[in-house]
Design a protein around this ligand. Structure first.
Ligand code: ADP
Length: 734
């Protein structure tokens, strides 16, 4: 009737009891515990219906309070009941559930029992030894955890029998040895039949039939004594197998018969039992459905719980992300606002700084131009009067003092001009102009104008111009001359008893563009390598000797900047005592048509024996004197007035060929006076004679009605050329 080899359910309740009592004194649990205990009791008394009903009730409540120990215990009892009905698959299913819940607990005793029950089912009912042995081994592991040797012995016996059943005597022997060593201490009457029998099986296997016989006979004796009929039947069977192998067929037959007899008896009892529970089975179906329903509800609840947990977690995550986002947004926003504020402040500061810088720059320009104007005006007087003195008193021309005075005045003038020039270049106010000129003539003129310097230092100047260079080129003649003038005058200043050679070659021609190379070479003092970069900086003078020469230290700086405007770079080769070579290349346009036009338009002779009347409008007495002298020396009839009003007055009664008009005058300035003159329909040519820079006033001068501008102190030939051209044009038009 009990197909499982070693019945284990009797110990279930007691360990459960001790565990729960230790865990909880809680009333509900205690009452559930009582009921669980009662279910086990019903099972033992074979009142399966009551056992199942009570287990179901306990399980229902245990599931509600989520008590894994009680759930596992209930499932275990249910599994055991099914085992009794030989519904092994169902039984395994419930044992597995029991194991699932038992594994959630720390209750090794519970885990041991469920594993042992599963081992029994797999090995001896389902024939799945591998699986069964795995559960037995787990059971042993849990029994050792709680040092329960009785449990260990029980499962070891089961394992030995399982290994022997599948003829693995080697493994089985390990567990048999354990049983033999511990049976005396931990064994029991109920287990003694199986214990003797497995020993019999092993002795029979190793051929020790005598010993085996003793074991089998003892097993049978004890089996009958303790009424372990099922075990006795197996003992008869195993004994019979051995006798059969020994050839003792008669005795073997007797034991086989005994085995069959007991089996039949058990079978009949089983049949009766099954018939008795047939009705119960019908109810059980209903019960099973209920149980499944409970589990489904529980599962659904769990799922809902899981779902709501996930939803809550997701919600928390989304909320967190949202909060982070809002936080970042707020932070970014405030950061942006802060940066914006700072930027606005910085911007305002920058605007203010820019305005200040512009103001400062404007003030600087204004300052430079005013200072130059203010300096040029008296310089005009000084130079003019010095010239007058030399003219009037020929003896004085040899005076050292006078020549020093003239030199100083010229130096001062060149300094003012240089500063003005560099200031203009730095402020990008210089725009190159296009004029047609002959390179040879221009350089030749410069050399001539510097002849004084050449003679002083006893230098010879050579000029070699490539004949391939066009007769006339187009470019800014004035700026070009300035470059050559500076370089040649430097060469002359820093060379004594030497040779200055100026070489001009046509390097290449690209359409109308002639790349013309210039080399200004001297045999003078030379420039040390360390100084070669410095000398192009402003106000840099190397090894200056005051007695030798006076320079402003601006010459090369102006040269370099002017060459930049031409799109060129200056290079320098020099060594101390070896002389110096400055080289550069300028692209000049050549236009034959323009050249021809120009040549055709050259006036053959502007000079005339006629005496012209000039009106000089000038407030500065000294300058009045100087200009008057110059005019008269050049055979102009000169009338000088102090201011604009006087000019307007005299023009009412007198006719002049030309008017030289100062700009900076009190009461009525040069522009206003000109405007008033033009308003009176007087078309006499007017030349602005001023210490202002030409570019600065040209626009206003033209709009006021002036015809030309000459800067004081002026080159006399330039002034007279301009005067005669204007007079000639006026007369021709008139
Ligand atoms: P400066 O008005 O003093 O001539 P520059 O800018 O023209 O100013 O020249 C700067 C310095 O370069 C000069 O003081 C001189 O020492 C050096 N230098 C320029 N040209 C020559 C040269 N041909 N030979 C030797 N030294 C020169």
């Amino acid at each position: 009737m009990f197909p499982n080899r070693v019945v284990l359910f009797f110990v279930l309740f007691f360990s459960l009891n001790s565990f729960l009592t230790a865990q909880n004194a809680d009333f509900v649990r205690n009452s559930l515990l009582q009921k669980s205990r009662q279910a086990t009791k019903y099972f033992r008394e074979q009142d399966f219906e009551k056992s199942l009903l009570l287990s179901r009730e306990v399980l229902k409540k245990a599931l509600l309070i989520n008590d894994s120990v009680l759930i596992a215990a209930s499932y275990n009892t249910i599994g055991s009941n099914y085992n009794e009905f030989s519904e092994f698959d169902k039984s395994i299913e419930y044992y597995k559930k029991a194991l699932f819940y038992a594994n959630k607990t720390t209750n090794d005793s519970l885990k041991f029992k469920v594993n042992n029950n599963l081992g029994n089912l797999y090995c001896f009912e389902k024939g799945q030894y591998e699986l069964g042995i795995k559960h037995y081994k787990k059971a042993i592991f849990h029994s050792q955890n709680i040092s329960n040797h009785t449990y260990t012995l029980l499962t070891s016996l089961n394992l030995t029998w399982a290994y022997f059943d599948k003829s693995n005597f080697e493994e089985g022997l390990l567990f048999l040895n354990y049983c033999n060593a511990n049976f005396k201490e931990y064994g029991s009457d109920a287990l003694s039949v199986v214990y003797q029998m497995v020993n019999g099986i092993y002795s029979s296997h190793i051929g020790d039939y005598k010993k085996a016989r003793v074991f089998f006979e003892k097993a049978i004796l004890l089996g009958y004594k303790y009424n372990e009929l099922n075990d006795v039947s197996y003992a008869h069977n195993e004994f019979s197998k051995m006798l059969f192998r020994m050839g003792n067929y008669k005795e073997a037959y007797i034991h086989l018969n005994k085995f069959n007899e007991i089996k039949d008896k058990i079978y009949n009892e089983d049949k009766l039992f099954k018939a008795s529970i047939a009705g119960l089975n019908l109810e059980l179906d209903e019960y099973k459905r209920e149980l499944t329903k409970i589990e489904l509800i529980k599962e659904a609840q769990n799922q809902n719980l899981r779902k709501s947990k996930i939803i809550v977690i997701l919600f928390v995550i989304v909320l967190f992300v949202l909060l982070m986002l809002i936080f970042t947004l707020i932070r970014n926003n405030s950061f942006k606002r802060k940066v914006n504020r700072e930027l606005t402040i910085a911007n305002n500061d920058l605007l203010l700084a820019k305005e200040k810088a512009e103001e400062a720059s404007q003030m600087k320009s204004q300052f430079v131009s005013t200072i130059s104007h203010e300096l040029r005006t008296p310089l005009y007087g000084v130079i003019g009067i010095t010239n007058m003195l030399i003219d009037e008193y020929k003896d004085l021309s040899k005076s050292q003092h006078l020549s020093s005075l003239k030199f100083s005045a010229r130096y001062l003038l060149s300094l003012v001009n240089d500063i003005l020039q560099i200031n203009k270049i730095e402020e990008n106010r210089v725009v190159l102009e296009s004029m047609t000129f002959n390179i040879y003539d221009e350089i030749e003129m410069i050399i001539r104008s510097l002849s004084f310097l050449s003679q002083n230092n006893k230098n010879k100047v050579e000029l070699l111009v490539d004949p391939k260079i066009p007769e006339y080129v187009i470019g800014d003649k004035l700026r070009f001359s300035q470059i050559i003038m500076n370089l040649v005058s430097n060469a002359l200043k820093f060379t004594k008893n030497g040779i200055i050679s100026i070489h001009v070659v046509l390097e290449k021609k690209e359409g109308k563009i002639n790349h013309i190379g210039f080399k200004i070479k001297d045999t003078g003092v030379g420039i040390a390598a360390v100084d070669q970069d410095k000398i192009f900086d402003k106000f840099v003078q190397v090894g200056r000797n005051d007695t030798d020469y006076q320079g402003t230290g601006l010459g090369l700086s102006i040269v370099k900047r002017l060459l930049h405007l031409f799109g060129s770079e200056i290079t320098l080769e020099s060594a101390i005592g070896q002389g110096t070579i400055f080289s550069f290349s300028i692209p000049f346009e050549s236009d034959l048509d323009k050249t021809n036009d120009l040549i055709n338009n050259i006036r053959v002779d502007l000079s005339t024996s006629q005496i012209f009347k000039v009106l000089v409008v000038e407030d500065n007495r000294i300058n009045q004197l100087v200009t008057k002298k110059i005019m008269e020396k050049n055979l102009y009839k000169c009338c000088v007035v102090d201011d604009g009003y006087e000019a307007l007055k005299i023009l009412e009664t007198e006719i002049f060929d030309i008017i030289l008009m100062d700009i900076n005058m009190p009461l009525l300035n040069g522009f206003e006076t000109t405007r008033l003159i033009r308003n009176k329909n007087i078309s006499t040519p007017i030349i602005a004679l001023t210490a202002f820079d030409k570019e600065e006033i040209s626009e206003e001068a033209i709009s006021a009605g002036m015809n030309d501008i000459i800067i004081k102190p002026f080159d006399q030939s330039k002034l007279f050329k301009a005067m005669s051209t204007l007079i000639y044009d006026a007369k021709n038009v008139g």
